[in-house]
Design a binder for this molecule. Structure first.
Ligand code: ARG
Length: 387
């Protein structure tokens, strides 16, 4: 297969003529976008109009080129996200139809209910023979992947660990077990085949898992842009009512301004109080528009950020309602969506930075990274479910 730069393709649509064409390049056929990521062959204009992506790491993968149509390998991250969400939604609902939760630094927050946020992870690092030092949050996206902030995992050769199903940090619940929830998983998931052979019927309430690979966004740089990373676990999480993946956003056009979202974490409860909380905290924060956010100047602890707030970031919070240090990497979710009869949570933001704590927080906007995230978590184009 040959690659043609997107700009060349769009400006000189016939330039693609004469390039070697992949054998199974017919419209609708599965095709490869490189790095194990799959798409389906589609006419380039139709793909883009339908929210598809044709470029991956600067290259467009051509399926066929006829005189009139250019058929490229097209991937639709929002469709992958939707398929994942359809799978996880089934895990969040018990057999009787009820949602699986047990009960019906966060600044200004209150204790979360046990199991209220079954997607939350606490991330720590281990050096030498010291106990694990916990300092960031994360979100479970599939049995193998945790979403977090890149600034949480910048270490080289650092040993990272994750606890799932955590609630009260002073009580260890590695010996008590819960039934494992089984259901279909999309075949597009990386390691989906291995998941299918799970036989455990019970799993510990808290699951401590070592991180096998840290995948930071390639454009992350210290001054707070592209603050997003994925952690690949070395053994998959077992899904129970305390450990469930969150959905990725499916609607990518909503800027969410004015919505009340919920952030949770074990972070500091005041800027001067450098201690993680014992019990998971939660607080609702209003999403603020980009310009207002810019005017309120959420510099990073006194250092102004060079390009201001970009649209792949999201500002939320108001005086007394904010995330804080230690909440970084953790989820900002839309809990209200659940009133529409849904059980599963959708992760809209990743705690990134703020000026002190208790004014306004800046989050990485998850909907801006669907292609990057799903390319790692679910590289297969949506196809079948496996059980
Ligand atoms: N960067 C902080 C951390 O490393 C997160 C701070 C969030 N701050 C805020 N005011 N919302 O934990």
């Amino acid at each position: 297969m040959k690659f043609v730069a997107l700009s060349v393709l769009l400006l000189f649509p016939f330039a693609a003529q004469g390039k070697t064409v992949q054998g199974e390049g017919a419209v609708g056929a599965l095709c490869s976008m490189g790095g194990g990521v799959q798409g389906r062959c589609q006419e380039v204009g139709a793909c883009l109009r339908e929210g598809g992506v044709v470029e991956r790491e600067g290259e467009v993968h051509l399926c066929t080129a006829q005189a009139s149509d250019i058929i490229v390998c097209c991937r639709k991250p929002h469709i992958v996200a939707k398929q994942l969400c359809e799978a996880w939604a089934q895990y969040w609902r018990g057999p009787e139809g009820h949602c699986v939760e047990e009960t019906s630094l966060i600044v200004g927050g209150v204790d979360a209910d046990p199991g209220e946020f079954p997607h939350i992870a606490i991330i720590g690092e281990k050096s030498n023979n010291l106990p694990i030092l916990w300092y960031c949050g994360g979100t479970l996206l599939s049995p193998y992947y945790i979403l977090t902030a890149a600034h949480c995992v910048t270490g080289v050769d650092t040993e990272y660990w994750v606890t799932l199903g955590e609630h009260d940090r002073k009580i260890s619940r590695f010996n008590d077990t819960l039934p494992v929830i089984k259901g279909p998983v999309p075949q597009s998931l990386r390691f989906g085949d291995r998941l299918a052979s799970f036989t455990n019927t019970r799993a510990p309430i808290e699951q401590l898992v070592r991180v096998e690979e840290v995948i930071r966004h390639p454009e992350y740089h210290f001054f707070k842009y592209f603050d997003i990373a994925l952690l690949k676990l070395n053994t998959p999480a077992s899904l129970t009512k305390r450990v469930l993946p969150a959905c990725l956003p499916i609607v990518t056009t909503d800027d969410l301004v004015g919505k009340e979202l919920t952030v949770s974490g074990w972070g500091w409860t005041a800027f001067g109080n450098p201690e993680l909380t014992r019990i998971l905290q939660k607080v609702t924060v209003p999403v603020v528009d980009q310009l207002e956010c810019q005017l309120r100047n959420p510099d990073y602890n006194g250092v102004s950020i060079p390009k201001g707030i970009l649209k792949d970031q999201l500002c939320a919070g108001k005086p007394g309602r904010d995330s804080c240090r230690g909440d970084s990497g953790g989820p900002l979710i839309d809990q209200k969506e659940r009133t529409g009869g849904r059980c599963e949570h959708t992760v809209e933001g990743i705690v990134s930075f703020g000026r002190g704590c208790g004014e306004l927080g800046v989050y990485t906007r998850v909907s801006s990274y669907l292609d990057w995230i799903t390319g790692h978590v679910a590289p297969g184009y949506p196809s079948a479910f496996v059980t």
